[in-house]
Design a protein around this ligand. Structure first.
Ligand code: ZN
Length: 190
């Protein structure tokens, strides 16, 4: 039997993504170990302090196909070596479930890759929505100097498979070259 959910509302500040009423889940730099291409740069940065790289929400909606999980994703500006701050990225456990992201603030990219190796990049800028179709792993990357804030919504039973990306990585990474973001091969991909 499905758990009854009553109507409710949540506040998200469009500039910061933060909510006055709900806590975020925070991912710190130390939790991103091994995910950036340059391990030396990672260790040097971590030695300066364990910064928050990104934050997001789990509003605790029942994980059923009739509910829609949603929240704000907040990726802070920064780089590990020349690689921009990013989310870990994930496939959905129910692989063929999609997600939509609507950019509220900042500049960035959504990197998407399916198991067959097809790769797509869409730009985030305020007012732009990015559709992530089913089967595509997705990672938000902050290529700007301000906080990247996006609002996301997906089928609540989709689930998150972080392990595949933690083990294999994405085939491509996004680095800064001459002050601009460029998509290059991930030297760690396997
Ligand atoms: Zn997702």
């Amino acid at each position: 039997m499905q758990q009854a959910v009553l109507p409710f509302s949540v506040d998200f500040d469009p500039r910061t993504g933060l909510s006055r009423s709900r806590p975020t889940i925070r991912r710190k730099l130390s939790q991103m170990a091994g995910m950036y291409a340059d391990d030396g740069a990672f260790q040097r940065l971590l030695a300066q302090g364990d910064q928050i790289v990104y934050e997001f929400y789990d509003l605790g909606l029942p994980e059923t196909d009739g509910n829609i999980a949603f929240g704000a994703s907040i990726v802070y500006p920064g780089k590990v070596g020349d690689e921009y701050y990013m989310t870990k990225g994930h496939f959905h456990t129910i692989l063929d479930t999609a997600e939509v992201y609507y950019c509220l603030a900042g500049r960035g990219l959504m990197l998407m890759e399916n198991p067959e190796g097809d790769m797509y990049v869409e730009a985030f800028e305020p007012g732009k929505a990015v559709y992530v179709p089913g089967r595509f792993a997705h990672r938000s990357i902050n290529t700007g100097t301000e906080t990247l804030v996006t609002f996301y919504a997906f089928r609540a039973d989709a689930g998150h498979d972080y392990g595949t990306i933690e083990t294999k990585g994405f085939r491509k990474i996004v680095v800064e070259r001459d002050g601009k973001p460029v998509v290059v091969d991930n030297p760690k991909w396997r």
